[in-house]
Design a protein around this ligand. Structure first.
Ligand SMILES: *Cc1c(COP(=O)(O)O)cnc(C)c1O
Length: 363
């Protein structure tokens, strides 16, 4: 019986490996540094008690406040169930399954391929260059049938910004053929790098944002798409009628109030300072081969023996993210920036383990 049910499913769904979210990967930790979450909760009070009524599809206050924060007109803003829903809506609106393709440049965020596989949309990958930038000649050769090019800046998991001049060339190359989707999930940590002001010049540029990272609201599930009004109108055709529950819209509006934004900016300042300290600390650990500069609330480091480091810290309840299998990231682990104390625990654990490979050889 269960065999028959399996056979009824779409072939691409049967073949699908779901996204390995930090929550799915499990672990038994007290120091969670594997999902780029803000390390402590921010509290809110619910002010909307009208749960007998359906919510607004695009809650006006949330849209207006995010537009003001992002410095774009409200008609260029769409709100959705996290940036992850924005990734999907674009495919639903622009990609014909079995015909059109998306393109992205690994190592990068895992949901672009998972969403494409779910919808039966082909994906083409053009590996990033050695310094994690766009390989423009290779992209140019792979654009046939591509409707969406996803890029991530700052890139998850490497933490670097994509060179804006390269993005401009990509936008010139794709004009009239494909949309360029810039995933700015971490832009609040380096706000001057945003491309939001480019939409006037490039109506095929789409920007994804979220409240999950700098706004400390991963559990809220609220994200934004910034784009030309024509793109927004197409996305509104395929979005669910009530994508945000009333409590989500209520809390999002509070997070986007002047006080909410001021608090977020304070958090960003602290996290950026903690990241610099963690970078310095890691550079003093013998088991660390390289620490890469990051603009976001995580960083990536290469270790002499990454599986051993990952397992030893895991057993101590310090949960990092293994990036070893991503192209170009052999030996690399990603560490989210936690509280200063959590980052000190990481350094202490790494320092006490530095001699471990030697002693294991003797054993
Ligand atoms: C976390 C993350 C997202 C998802 O954001 P949600 O709003 O939580 O769905 C999208 N893109 C990147 C690069 C991310 O790291």
């Amino acid at each position: 019986m269960s065999q028959n049910i399996e056979n009824l499913a779409r072939a691409n769904v049967r073949a699908l490996t779901p996204y390995q979210s930090a929550r799915r990967l499990g672990g038994n930790g007290d120091v969670w540094l594997n999902a780029n979450e803000y390390p402590v909760p921010v509290t809110f009070n619910l002010t909307q008690q009208t749960l007998n009524r359906y919510p607004e599809c695009q809650p006006k206050m949330v849209i207006e406040r995010y537009a003001a924060y992002a410095d774009v007109p409200a008609e260029r803003v769409l709100v959705s169930r996290g940036a992850d829903e924005g990734i999907e809506l674009l495919m639903r609106a622009f990609c014909e399954p079995g015909q059109d393709a998306i393109l992205f440049c690994p190592p990068t965020y895992g949901m672009y391929s998972v969403s494409a596989e779910t919808f039966g949309v082909a994906f083409r990958t053009v590996p990033a260059t050695a310094d994690w930038q766009l390989d423009l000649p290779a992209i140019a050769q792979n654009l046939a049938d591509v409707k969406l090019v996803y890029l991530c800046s700052p890139n998850n998991p490497t933490g670097n910004l994509i060179n804006p001049n390269d993005i401009r060339q990509l936008l010139e190359m794709t004009r009239g053929k494909a949309l360029v989707v810039a995933d700015e999930a971490y832009i609040d940590f380096c706000p001057s790098a945003t491309l939001a002001g480019w939409i006037d010049d490039y109506p095929h540029l789409v920007i994804l944002r979220t409240l999950s990272k700098a706004f400390a609201l991963a559990g809220l599930r609220c994200g934004f798409t910034l784009a030309h009004p024509q793109v927004i109108q197409l996305l509104l055709k395929v979005i669910a009628p009530y994508p945000l529950s009333t409590p989500v819209a209520d809390i999002a509006a509070q997070a986007l109030s002047p006080e909410g934004i001021a608090l977020m900016r304070q958090h960003v300042e602290t996290l950026n300072a903690t990241r610099r300290k963690l970078t310095d600390g890691l550079r003093q650990c013998h088991c660390v081969e390289a620490v890469f500069e990051s603009e976001a609330n995580y960083l990536i480091a290469r270790f002499t023996d990454a599986p051993h480091v990952f397992k030893t810290l895991w057993d101590q309840g310090i949960i990092l993210r293994d990036q070893n299998k991503q192209p170009g990231l052999a030996g690399c682990l990603r560490i989210s920036i936690g509280t200063p104390n959590e980052c000190e625990q990481v350094i202490a654990a790494l320092k006490s383990l530095s001699g471990a490979p030697e002693s294991r050889k003797q054993a």
